[in-house]
Write a protein that binds this ligand. Structure first.
Ligand code: NDP
Length: 295
């Protein structure tokens, strides 16, 4: 058996198209009112700079204004807080994204808590996460990568209600919010992590597996339940001398063996990756809607 591919490139394109159309309508109906996203990058980490650049490019394509703020790596917590306060007060900025990780001298929780709840397009504010965790409460914004995973499941027509879902990884940005979202979608959720004793026993009964570990090809096809759905969040470099750059990107799941066992699977690259920025565009549009409703 060979699994159906869940095409994140196509689905991400669809989401970005929806946002572009919604932004155009918002502008036309409201005198040019345009959603705006501000990014704050502290330091010059190459990967973080690339992510931020990609976010600005996506904004441009969606018709969203973007404002980039680059701060020195030795910025103090007070300086970053002052930047957040400035952006909180700026009426042209509807969404604020502080690129993580932050340098050691800046406390992540303090900064994320300082972002105006209604501009928290990354969905990392403790109140948004708290609402996500509570029954019958909804956050204003859902973190982008898990939101993208849910959209992939929805587009692929995967039933979550009553499904056994196993999430491998419990980070604040992926594993944990993913577990909360699947629980809200009525799945029976198990969260596995580095101290889980028998990972295979959990994987073997999972209808839905979400892998967010950061370990190249850790989960093999032999560990999966036949016909399950695999959402592979991992992005890892694997040496590959046949490639010009000397490596290729692989997920946390061994694709070649998993594709033979599962019923549906996301590839890496081209699965979850393109969804994260697409959902950020959607969240930024939503933030602009909230601000517009208050005008
Ligand atoms: P973290 O390092 O924050 O978390 C990794 C999680 O995996 C931890 O909860 C850890 O457990 C768990 N883990 C580690 N080793 C094992 C093991 N042997 N068995 C079971 N669980 C284990 O990573 P992130 O959540 O930030 O990212 C995970 C992956 O997803 C990375 O490859 C990252 O690049 C990718 N990613 C992709 C995104 C996208 O847009 N596609 C966005 C964000 C991340 P413990 O808590 O016990 O330490």
């Amino acid at each position: 058996m060979s699994a159906t591919l869940i095409d994140g490139k196509e689905i991400g394109k669809k989401v970005r198209g929806e946002v572009r159309d919604a932004v155009a309508k918002m502008k036309a109906d409201n005198d040019g009112y345009t959603p705006g996203l501000a990014t704050v990058l502290v330091g010059d980490d190459v990967a973080s700079s690339t992510y931020v650049r990609m976010k600005h490019r996506a904004c441009k394509a969606a018709g969203i204004n973007s404002y980039g703020h680059i701060m020195p790596a030795n910025s103090t917590q007070e300086e970053v807080l002052a930047m957040v306060a400035k952006l909180n007060a700026d009426p042209d900025v509807h969404g604020i994204l502080v690129q993580l990780p932050l340098p050691d001298q800046v406390d992540e929780e303090t900064i994320l808590s300082a972002i105006d709840l209604e501009k928290d397009v990354d969905g990392f504010h403790p109140v948004n996460i708290g609402r996500l965790a509570m029954k019958d409460r909804d956050p204003l914004f859902v973190p982008c990568t898990p939101a993208g995973c849910m959209r992939l499941l929805e587009e692929a027509g995967i039933e979550t209600s009553g499904a056994e879902a196993v999430i491998v990884g419990r980070s604040n940005i992926v594993g944990l919010p993913m577990a909360m979202l699947l629980q809200k979608a009525n799945a029976t959720v198990t969260v596995c992590h580095s101290r889980t004793k028998d990972l295979d026993a959990h994987l073997k009964r999972a209808d839905i597996v979400v892998a967010a570990i950061g370990w190249a090809e850790m989960i093999k096809g032999a560990s999966l339940k036949p016909g399950c759905t695999v959402i592979d969040v991992g992005i890892n470099r694997k040496d590959d001398e046949t490639r010009k750059r000397g490596y290729r990107l692989v997920g946390d799941v061994e694709f070649d063996s998993a594709v033979e066992v599962s019923g549906a699977i996301t590839p890496v690259p081209g699965g979850v990756g393109p969804m994260t920025i697409a959902m950020l565009m959607q969240n930024t549009f939503h933030a602009a809607e909230i601000a517009l409703a208050k005008k």
